[in-house]
Design a protein around this ligand. Structure first.
Ligand SMILES: Cc1ncc(COP(=O)(O)O)c(C=O)c1O
Length: 388
């Protein structure tokens, strides 16, 4: 019998199953929202990153439809090769206005924005310091760049300082990379301290505002605004696919940085531009973020309400520290996390189990939306009370 070069795949799947790490997708019906129909069952949705409830908003839908009617469905090629729409530029200017930066550039996803920005700004002669809990796109961007990568313990400013003291002088450039809101934990990076270290050791600092854009800061500009760091020399990444309810990613920063990325970021140069529908929807979302602060205010009311109820009524839950709409409680094993996730779903609550290798310890991740009603949250709490 000839050897099957693909036999290892089945063995790997078996190993994944055995560890309770196996994942599969569930089918959603209807528009995204605070409640969704999941595999035919109506559930309250605590699994979405649509923090402001914009992904199903009529205005975004209309803007996307109008853009498709005018410009068609596809962007037909890379912007450098095939040209772009004025809409792309309008979106970039809107992002720069929200972030208070000189300019911005949109990518086809947040993942690609991270890969492109990191791979373009550092190379073999350079050093990257990366938080151990960073999102996969930051970690893979670091690998793609070819730079030496040192992972530091989560948010540990002293550890970064020590690494810089020991290694900075051996490298040409240094880039510190961090999520601003950690996506599977919900806590924030120590941005002002990171900026101080970046200045002291002549480093660039890249901060991923994927879960902060539209959510955190007085105007929804993100953690950079929240920490009073607007205008500081930063490479700011974000996504259009969470609070902005669309699809795509961005880098915001200085005119020179953005101009350089247009010339050097491989995941921007060698890929097709954002579709007209996604571009128009994101542009409308930014206008809503700027014109309707009440959405953000309601989101934070909901977050406070959930956190207070958990503190009062569910003291046994092992909560991870959170300063965002992402609230996680830990479970001892992947199997138990799966079991709790399943029980929640049976009781009408959609809140996913997050397991290794995504995170080091298993947990249930609850993500709060501005459009959750008090009844939705009360139901979450009562179901959690009855779930062992
Ligand atoms: C911190 C972080 N960065 C980047 C991304 C990727 O963004 P996108 O979904 O737009 O590719 C995500 C989530 O998907 C994320 O959580």
């Amino acid at each position: 019998m000839p050897k099957d070069p693909y036999a290892w795949i089945e063995q790997s799947l078996t190993t994944i199953h055995r560890a309770d790490w196996y994942r599969s997708v569930q089918v959603l019906s209807d528009r995204p929202g605070a409640t969704v129909v999941l595999s035919g069952q109506e559930v309250i949705n605590f699994a979405s990153n649509d923090y402001l409830g914009l992904a199903g908003d009529e205005r975004l839908v209309k803007a996307a439809i109008a853009a498709v009617a005018e410009f068609g469905t596809g962007s037909t090629g890379s912007r450098l090769l095939s040209g772009h729409r004025q809409l792309h530029r309008e979106l970039e200017i809107a992002i720069a206005s929200l972030k208070q930066t000189e300019d911005a550039i949109v990518f086809s996803s947040g993942y690609l924005a991270n890969l492109g920005a990191i791979a373009a700004t550092v190379g073999k002669r350079d050093l990257i310091l990366s938080d151990q809990y960073n999102h996969s796109s930051l970690k893979n961007g670091a690998i793609l760049s070819g730079a030496t990568v040192i992972e530091y313990p989560h948010c540990d400013v002293l550890a970064i300082q020590t690494q810089l003291q020991q290694h900075r002088q051996n490298y040409r450039r240094c880039l510190i990379i961090t999520d601003s809101v950690f996506s599977m934990d919900g806590d924030l990076c120590p941005l002002p301290s990171l900026l101080a270290l970046a200045e002291e050791f002549d480093c660039m600092l890249l901060v991923d505002e994927a879960h902060a854009t539209g959510v955190i800061g007085k105007t929804g500009a993100g953690c950079v605004e929240y920490f009073g760091c607007t205008g500081q020399p930063l490479i700011q990444i974000g996504t259009l696919s969470k609070a902005l309810g669309s699809l795509g990613g961005y880098v915001a920063g200085s005119t020179n940085l953005i101009d350089f990325l247009r010339n050097r970021a491989p995941t921007w140069i060698y890929t097709t531009a954002l579709s007209p529908a996604d571009t128009a929807a994101a542009l409308t979302a930014i206008q809503i973020v700027q014109q309707e602060p009440q959405r953000r205010i309601q989101l934070w009311r909901n977050v406070d309400y959930v956190k207070n109820l958990i503190q009062e009524q569910l003291p046994h839950l092992t909560l991870l520290p959170s300063e965002s709409p992402i609230i996680c409680f830990q479970l001892p094993s992947p199997a138990e996390a799966l079991q709790v996730g399943k029980k929640l779903k049976e009781s009408g609550i959609f809140a996913p189990a997050i397991r290794p290798p995504t995170v080091p310890t298993s947990r249930i991740r609850i993500s709060i939306m501005a459009t959750h009603q008090i009844e939705h949250i009360d139901k979450l709490i009562s179901v959690l009370k009855n779930t062992k």
